[in-house]
Design a protein around this ligand. Structure first.
Ligand code: ZN
Length: 84
């Protein structure tokens, strides 16, 4: 297999570096040359699963609240029916 080479210094070792570029709201991982630091690739830091964790928790809370509200509406409807 051909070894990957840095386009600048032809170094063959690479490392991951965590970075938050100016203007970016998210952390990124840079794949950079282990010798001169030239960035050859970048990856998003957060994985998709982590991004959906909070919205999913909110959805579950909402689902529960809607269920409770529906129950209360049914009770109210029954009480109104009994009252008339
Ligand atoms: Zn290099």
């Amino acid at each position: 297999m051909v070894r990957s080479k840095c386009p600048r210094c032809e170094g063959t070792s690479f490392e991951l570096a965590e970075a938050t570029p100016k203007g970016s709201r998210f952390k990124l991982y840079f794949v950079q040359c282990g010798s001169c630091g030239t960035v050859v690739s970048s990856e998003e830091w957060a994985n998709t699963e982590a991004l959906f964790e909070e919205p999913l928790a909110i959805l579950k809370r909402l689902e529960r609240s809607v269920g409770q509200l529906a129950e209360q509406v049914m009770q109210l409807r029954d009480e109104i029916r009994r009252g008339t």
